[in-house]
Design a protein around this ligand. Structure first.
Ligand code: ADP
Ligand code: MG
Ligand code: MG
Length: 233
């Protein structure tokens, strides 16, 4: 993946196992979101070399829609807004690929993200909701979608620190639901709850392994990419 002639992703060797929670740790600007978008196949994030294998199949040539159909999904760093779309319909759309969803299942997903169903199910996924509420609803949609691979780009951003535990239990719920989870995070608590972690720096996966070791290494040894590019004034 390049931008303005500069390679953003330069050496990504990454493997996420079946039903594995794998966290990607790295400083701001390391290329984590770019990696997430490239895996998902967003427009403007076409990969240039190497393979992206998913379930034994090279998906690098597939469109975002085709990848979504194969069971890959992405939760944005900034949750999306859908003015006019009700929460119940938003959650139902996500579940279409699994043969639909019942009202009970929609409510259950809302409970899992700590939103009272009766209070939220008929509201719009728009401006009237706070960023944190939209984030929760987006996470609920991933529960109802049951993807094979859920890519979460900093699920903790936009939510207060108090509910970090909730995010962790949600990620575990996704795994129990049958998904593999690739979670991009700055938070040690989330890394610690992962099965495996990879450290990313300047577009390179430097090492993969035990999450605690990787986050310790990141904390103690990693120079923020941003400060290397432009030293603080
Ligand atoms: P992270 O998610 O790890 O913070 P990003 O993937 O957002 O990192 O960014 C990686 C690098 O790519 C950064 O140096 C950033 O400035 C650059 N970059 C990202 N998006 C764009 C863009 N649309 N145009 C130009 N540069 C970009
Ligand atoms: Mg960033
Ligand atoms: Mg990012």
């Amino acid at each position: 993946m390049s931008r303005d002639g500069k390679k953003i992703l330069r050496g990504v060797n990454l493997e996420v196992g079946d039903r594995e929670i794998h966290s990607i740790i790295g400083a701001n600007g390391a290329g984590k979101s770019t990696l997430a978008y490239t895996l998902m196949g967003l427009q403007g994030y076409e990969h240039e070399e190497g393979d992206i294998f998913f379930d034994g199949e090279d998906v690098a040539v597939l469109s975002i829609t085709e990848r979504a159909r194969k069971g890959i999904t992405l939760a944005w760093q900034e949750p999306a807004r859908f003015e006019g779309l009700k929460v119940r319909d938003y959650l139902a759309i996500g579940a279409r690929g699994n043969g639909g969803i019942t009202e009970e299942e929609i409510k259950e997903a809302l409970w899992k993200v700590d939103l009272k169903p009766e209070k939220y199910i008929d509201r719009e996924v728009g401006e009237a909701l706070s960023g944190g509420e939209r984030k929760r609803i987006e996470l609920a949609s991933i529960i109802t979608m049951r993807p094979k691979l859920a890519i979460l780009d900093e699920p903790d951003s936009g939510i207060d620190v108090v509910s970090l535990k909730e995010i962790v239990s949600l990620i575990r719920a996704l795994k129990e639901n049958g998904s593999s989870v690739l979670v991009i995070t700055h938070r040690e608590e989330i890394a610690a709850a992962s099965d495996k972690a990879s450290l990313m720096c300047e577009g390179v996966i430097l090492r993969s392994g035990d999450p605690i070791e990787i986050s310790e290494f990141f904390k103690n040894r990693c120079i923020p990419c941003d400060s290397r590019v432009s030293p603080p004034k």
